[in-house]
Design a protein around this ligand. Sequence first.
Ligand SMILES: [Zn+2]
Length: 316
Amino acid sequence: MSRVEKFDFHVPSLEEVVSVLQNGLKENFADVQVSVVDCPDLTQEPFRFPVKGICGKPRIADVGGVPYLLPLVQKDKVYDLNTVAKEIQLPGAFFLGAGAVSSRVVGGNAEFIPVVQAEKEKKAAINGSYIAKINPEDDGCLLQKYSSLYNDCEFGLLANLYASEGLPGEVIEVRANRRIGEQNFISCIRKALEKHYGDKPVGMGGTFIIQKGKAKLHIMPSEFSACPLKTDEELNNWLKFFEMKAPLICQPVIVSQDPGFDLRVEHTHCFSHHGEGGHYHMDTTPETVEYLGYFVPAEFLFRIDRPKETHMVGRD
Ligand SMILES: [Zn+2]
């Protein structure tokens, strides 16, 4: 077991978050509609998740960190989602989020797009995750179903995870169309929460769809950098950036403000059913973009295996 730290989030009512987001998002999007709804059945299109919802004992885990990737990789940093489920006191947790693959399993580096129901008692884990890697054939995006290649629940280096019991229930629905500001969908939500709640951190996770338009995403190269990556510029020259098209199904993890655990305060990975996926930066079609998201405020933060030596490179 890794070192685990726990923090209690401020947990506002869904109705209060609705009004905070309705106000905050209208500065960045022309059409904004935020409301409380019953979570749609996430086993259906386009999600195809192994569970119906994102409700029940909601919590966030920030595992490892960018300091295990940069300036040079620490390949021994490997984690298992079944273990993480126990560490966050929720065996059988349903995980959504953003991380890196276990390079010892995959044989190289890649983006990890976790969609996993962890094992519980005699019930085996269901791994519906995707990985996005650089295609050695054409340097394009290669999106793969994890379970078509591997049988484990490992990941490596870092992950930002939203965990719940995977149950139906009430969620916050956010519809935001036509971007008029400079912020991406998730930064805008996080900053609205930070502005309102200040030093009472609020955590949220869930899923959203980029329904129309295109977005800028990155994929890490399969080979770890042999020379140290010491700045955001060196990192961005190493990463591969793509413009990918809707519909993209995305998995955000948000913490409004870091209460002192060296967190990545926002991190979103996306997959699709047309072979594209990766790490979300921004839509590139502000006039036509349409976002539809479902979110739940988390009760607890778990910080697992926080790096002792840290830096702020690569937190975007
Ligand atoms: Zn990422």
